[in-house]
Design a protein around this ligand. Sequence first.
Ligand code: F6P
Length: 323
Amino acid sequence: MQRIAVLTSGGDAPGMNAAVRAITRAGIAKGWEVFGVRNGYAGLLGDHMDPLRARNVGGIIQCGGTMLGSARSKAFATEEGRNTALANLKRRGIDALVVIGGNGSQTGSHSLATQGYAVVGVPSTIDNDLYGTDLTIGVDTAVNITLEAIDRLRTTGSSHQRAFLVETMGRHCGYIALMAGIAGGAEVIAIPECEVEPHDVAARLQAAYRRGKSHALVVVAEGAKNGARAMMQHFAEHRDRIGFELRVTQLGHVVRGGVPTAADRMLATRLGAAAVDQLALGNSGVVVGLRGGEMTTTPLAEVAHKTKPPDLALLDLARVLAQ
Ligand code: F6P
């Protein structure tokens, strides 16, 4: 192994830069040359890559987003696109690729691996729904940003005896809403994996009001069938009496931006270095992960065909604790 390339793909996640730094410096420490690919798979197709030296990745460990840029490339999903990408890598004498990204990105890694190219995946998505790791890069920051918003809304909610519907990110996975909801003491949590009907939400809010609560919080994942706006509309149309006045806050991309937490920096650093170690051992076609506190590898073929659901037993716990 003499030359490797690294790219970040899909939705950005806080901690991606820490992973780029770890991969670059761990690779250089092995005597390799490291290339950074611009804008994910689109950069592979367009042959947009530059050498990364130790100094190029200085001062980025604390920065959110990704210094390499990220994109979703439709062209890469075609065989022609992948062949162009492989031809570009081979022409530059690059022996292996490290892909930092979530489900869609690691499905792309799998396609390259099945064409015989050496690829190692580093799991990164704020949704934490990638199979093969307990945690993905970015989720800790996203949960903490959501939690901070919940805590802030609680104080203003208490002053006015209001209920807040807080919508956080998670198109197909409710992990962020579930964790931030429990840590924030939410009265109701609604996620795509376990839908809650608006009339049930109304009943729970009304019960909280009758128990004398000064505020109530409903945390909703963006991908839930009954999102925050849908619930607001339902309450407006059906005039359900919930006691509290109701307001809605949609956090959107705020959840994905900003400074990575210490936990995300550490996870990204360990996973990035582990990816380089795997390549040095001659292993590829895997995603590195952290399971039960141990660094692990999972075949890309498995990762590409599975997702990881959140622990739904926690929803029952949240309901008990909201009394
Ligand atoms: O997959 C990460 C994620 O942030 C999801 O939670 C969200 O639904 C989606 O990306 C948003 O994608 P985009 O940035 O393309 O709007």
